[in-house]
Design a binder for this molecule. Structure first.
Ligand SMILES: [Cu+2]
Length: 469
C-alpha cells in the first residue's frame, strides 16, 4: 500500500521537474518513512555551452527534490564531499530547530556524514527549499550550486481543481559566467549581493515545456542569492496566486505580477485560455542596488496541450486563523541597516532575542538602508499585520518578508511547538554572511539553553570561492 503510493508520487515527481529525472524518496522499511541519500560535492555542469565546475547536491543542478506527504518522516543521509564545512537548512519548514531536524548548529566537516531526520507535520503541505547555513560560507555555497526544492503534499492537493492541474516545481535563480567558470566574487558582490545576467528554470535556460492539462500549477521558488524576481505572464494575462512561502492562501488572488524576493515562494495557477503558448517573464525591478541587465526576454515557454479547456479555479483553499494583536504581550523591534540588525553584527551563539514558547509576539521590522532586504525567520511562520501601516490585502503565512528602503512591517509571530535556538536574518545571502543576522532562543521555562558547539564554518578568508576541482 505505502509502496504503491510512493511509486505513484515518484512518477509524478519526475514530471514535476519538467521531465528531469530526480533523486527522490524511496519507500522506507517503516511505513511513513521516506529515505534519501545524497552528498554535496564538486561536479562539472553543462550550462549554456560551457562545462562549469560547481558544487551540487546529488550531482544535480538544482538539487534532488525532497517529496513528502504530511505526517511522513524524512531520513536523509547527507555527506559532505566539499573541501570545506557545510550543513543543511530546510527553509520555511515548521520543524524543530534542534536535534537532527532544522538545526543549523550541525556543522559537517569535509569528508564526514550526517543523517537528518524530521517529520512534516499536519498543515505543512507546501513548497519549501533547502540550502547550506554554514555561517560565512552560505553565499558562496549557494552561488556555486547548492540548493534544492522541497514539496510537502496534503489533503488540499486532492481538490479536483488542483489535482487535475499540471503540477510543476520551478527552481529559479540567476547565474553569470567568467569564461568557462561561474563568475567569482568581487568586493561589490559582498556589498550588494551577487547577481547574474541569465535566469534559469531548474538549471535550464529558456526551456519549452509541453503542458499536460488545461491549467498549470507552478510552484515558484526564488533560490537566487540576491536577485529579486518580478514575475508576470506574457500578453498581460492574470496569474492566480494560491500559496505564498509554501502555505495556501484562503482563496485564489488574481494578480498581474508577483515580486519574489530571495528565498520567497509562490504558487500560481495558469489557465491556458486559448491554446496559445504562454511565457513566464521577469520584469525589471529596482532593488536600490545596480542590477545586471538580464539577457533573457523570458524564463520559460509553456505549450498548452491541444483541445483542452482551462480548469475552474478553486473558490476556497485553506483556513488561516486571524491572530489577535491584543494578545501579543511581547513587542520587539528589528532595525535593519547595512549588515546590522539593531546596530549589531551577528555573533555566533549570542542570544539577541530570548523568548518564551507559546507566546504570540509582535515584531516591528524597519529598513533604514538604501537597498531592499528580505527578512527571514527560521522555524516559526508569521503573519504580516501591517505593511507601512496598512493591513495586507489578504491573510497569509510567511517566512520571509520583503522590505524596501524606508519600509516598516509589523509581524505577528506565534512561537509555537518547538523550543530551541535558531536565526533570523536578511536573505540576501551575502548580507547574512556579513553579519546581518541574529539569534533567537525560545524556551518553555526561561532556563538558559546549553551553549552551541564551537563554530567550524567560518570561511577560510578571501573573496574568491574556496578552490574548485
Ligand atoms: Cu540584506
Amino acid at each position: 500500500m505505502a509502496l504503491a503510493r510512493r511509486t505513484a508520487l515518484g512518477i509524478l515527481g519526475a514530471g514535476l521537474f519538467g521531465g528531469a529525472l530526480l533523486g527522490r524518496g524511496r519507500p522506507g522499511a517503516e511505513p511513513g518513512l521516506v529515505t534519501m541519500e545524497f552528498d554535496a560535492a564538486p561536479h562539472r555542469v553543462s550550462l549554456l555551452g560551457r562545462e562549469v565546475p560547481m558544487w551540487l547536491y546529488g550531482g544535480r543542478f538544482p538539487g534532488p527534490a525532497i517529496e513528502l506527504a504530511e505526517g511522513e518522516t524524512l531520513r536523509l543521509a547527507f555527506g559532505n564531499r566539499l573541501p570545506h564545512p557545510t550543513n543543511l537548512h530546510f527553509h520555511g519548514m515548521h520543524i524543530p530547530p534542534t536535534g537532527s531536524a532544522d538545526n543549523i548548529y550541525i556543522q559537517i566537516p569535509p569528508g564526514e556524514r550526517f543523517t537528518y531526520e524530521f517529520t512534516a507535520g499536519p498543515g505543512t503541505a507546501g513548497t519549501y527549499w533547502y540550502h547550506p547555513h554554514c555561517h560565512e560560507l552560505v553565499a558562496r555555497q549557494m552561488w556555486y550550486g547548492l540548493s534544492g526544492p522541497i514539496l510537502v503534499r496534503g489533503p488540499l492537493d486532492a481538490m479536483p481543481e488542483l489535482a487535475a492541474a499540471d503540477d510543476r516545481l520551478l527552481v529559479l535563480r540567476d547565474i553569470a559566467f567568467e569564461g568557462e567558470r561561474l563568475a567569482g566574487y568581487t568586493v561589490n558582490d559582498w556589498h550588494k549581493g551577487k547577481e547574474g545576467d541569465y535566469l534559469l528554470v531548474n538549471g535550464a535556460y529558456q526551456p519549452e515545456w509541453r503542458m499536460r492539462a488545461g491549467s498549470a500549477r507552478l510552484r515558484l521558488i526564488n533560490v537566487a542569492n540576491a536577485r529579486h524576481l518580478r514575475l508576470a505572464l506574457s500578453d498581460r494575462r492574470p496569474l492566480f496566486l494560491i500559496a505564498l512561502d509554501g502555505q495556501f492562501l484562503e482563496r485564489p488572488v488574481d494578480l498581474e505580477e508577483i515580486l519574489l524576493a530571495p528565498a520567497q515562494r509562490a504558487e500560481i495557477l495558469v489557465p491556458f485560455e486559448d491554446g496559445r503558448p504562454i511565457e513566464l517573464l521577469a520584469r525589471h525591478y529596482n532593488r536600490g542596488a545596480p542590477t545586471p541587465r538580464l539577457r533573457n526576454r523570458f524564463l520559460l515557454r509553456m505549450l498548452p496541450p491541444p483541445g483542452t479547456r482551462p480548469l475552474p479555479l478553486p473558490d476556497r483553499l485553506a483556513e488561516i486563523p486571524k491572530l489577535d494583536p491584543t494578545r501579543a504581550r511581547v513587542q520587539r523591534r528589528f532595525d535593519l541597516s547595512m549588515f546590522l540588525i539593531n546596530g549589531r553584527r551577528y555573533r555566533y551563539g549570542r542570544a539577541d532575542v530570548r523568548a518564551r514558547l507559546g507566546e504570540l509576539e509582535l515584531w516591528r521590522v524597519r529598513n533604514f538602508g538604501t537597498m531592499d532586504h528580505p527578512f527571514h525567520l527560521h522555524t516559526w511562520p508569521f503573519q504580516i499585520r501591517r505593511h507601512n501601516r496598512r493591513p495586507p490585502a489578504f491573510r497569509a503565512w510567511r517566512d520571509t518578508v520583503h522590505l524596501r528602503p524606508g519600509d516598516e512591517v509589523e509581524l505577528l509571530v506565534p512561537l509555537r511547538d518547538f523550543p530551541g535556538r535558531t536565526l533570523f536574518h536578511c536573505h540576501i545571502a551575502e548580507h547574512g554572511d556579513r553579519g546581518m543576522m541574529g539569534t533567537i532562543e525560545v524556551t518553555a521555562n526561561d532556563a538558559p539553553l546549553a551553549p552551541p558547539p564551537p563554530p567550524i564554518c567560518f570561511a577560510p578568508g578571501g573573496d574568491r570561492m574556496p578552490r574548485l576541482p
